[in-house]
Write a protein that binds this ligand. Structure first.
Ligand code: NAD
Length: 297
């Protein structure tokens, strides 16, 4: 049993923390949202009254926060987690943020004698609930060895991507592929409709042909082929279009910083910007299909 502090008990953090509780760890959690805290208490977690209380006796701390500004403030701000924790504490930040902030916070942690690893995830709420997330880890061998013991409970694939920031780099590259692929699948179904090709037939054929990808076979953006996808539930998220836009912006910034000409990644960002601006930011990112087909009608 490990003493684990868990900060950020939202859509992803809630089920991740629940799996750690189920596995018999002593998990003390904190979130600014009273509803998230109550849900955590109801599944057997221990509610903390502040982020500091959640980390002061922890051996490992997991954070699952919306964006870089939250991570930096929670870790390094006045009354930050790093200062409030014991020396030797391992921090695992599973939020999706930019590489630079991730490395900066890890440096502050290392200077204070704490270990830190960036551990962003892929898989969404369903995988968080099932304990099958893919973790992309950036940190030292020591941090990876210690962290993997806990992450094995909440993940199916725990991969050491490299040194600090490498996990976030992997996540940004992965989600750029995802954003582009989802748009390509939506455009293919719109074409099928216009060409008089049955959607189910396109699904069956491309699932067994070279167009196959996760956005088609696991997360199909049109209702019907996979009954459990957001497309069958008025595009309720899942993974919100606002989150996809955040990740494509991270990809655009990273590409600019390192001089990569990511033409299609940039275009995908613009298209998700348009979807968000049209008021569909709270819809699932696969709702791009509805956005593009409505716009054309
Ligand atoms: P969410 O908004 O549901 O959860 C974030 C939680 O953090 C909220 O409950 C919020 O109250 C809490 N929070 C914010 N500031 C805080 C603070 N200072 N102290 C304590 N709690 C604070 O978001 P989510 O969907 O769980 O996503 C979390 C992260 O995971 C994001 O970085 C996102 O990009 C990434 N991610 C999400 C998914 C997904 O499918 N939702 C998939 C992969 C990665």
């Amino acid at each position: 049993m490990t003493n684990i502090g868990f900060i950020g008990l939202g859509n992803m953090g809630g089920p991740m923390a629940a799996n750690l509780v189920k596995a018999g760890h002593n998990v003390i959690g904190f979130d600014l949202s009273e509803a998230a805290l109550t849900a955590f208490k109801n599944i057997g977690g221990t509610k903390a009254s502040s982020a500091i209380e959640a980390v002061e006796n922890a051996d490992i701390v997991v954070t699952m926060l919306p964006a870089a500004k939250h991570v930096e403030a929670v870790y390094c701000g006045e009354n930050g987690l790093i200062q409030a924790s014991k020396k030797g504490t391992l921090f695992l930040d599973s939020s999706t943020i930019d590489v630079e902030t991730s490395r900066k916070v890890a440096k502050v942690a290392a200077k204070a004698g704490r270990l830190m690893m960036d551990t962003p995830v892929s898989g969404g709420v369903a995988a968080a609930t099932a304990g099958t997330l893919t973790f992309m880890c950036g940190g030292s061998d020591d941090a990876f060895k210690k962290g993997k013991e806990v992450l094995d409970v909440v993940g199916g694939n725990i991969i050491h991507a490299g040194a600090s920031g490498a996990g976030q780099a992997a996540k940004i590259c992965n989600n750029m592929m995802l954003g582009i692929q989802m748009i390509s699948v939506c455009e293919a179904f719109a074409m099928a409709d216009a060409l008089g090709l049955d959607r189910q037939k396109l699904f069956e054929i491309s699932s067994a042909a070279s167009g196959q990808c996760w956005s088609l076979t696991t997360y199909c953006p049109v209702p019907g082929p996979i009954p459990t996808t957001p497309a069958n539930n008025d595009y309720e998220p899942g993974f919100a279009a606002a989150m996809m836009l955040k990740d494509l912006r991270l990809a655009a910034d990273a590409a600019k910083a390192v001089g990569v000409n990511n033409v299609i990644g940039q275009k995908a960002k613009e298209l998700y910007e348009a979807m968000n601006d049209a008021g569909m930011d709270g819809k699932d990112f696969s709702g791009y299909f509805e956005f593009m087909t409505k716009k054309q009608n």
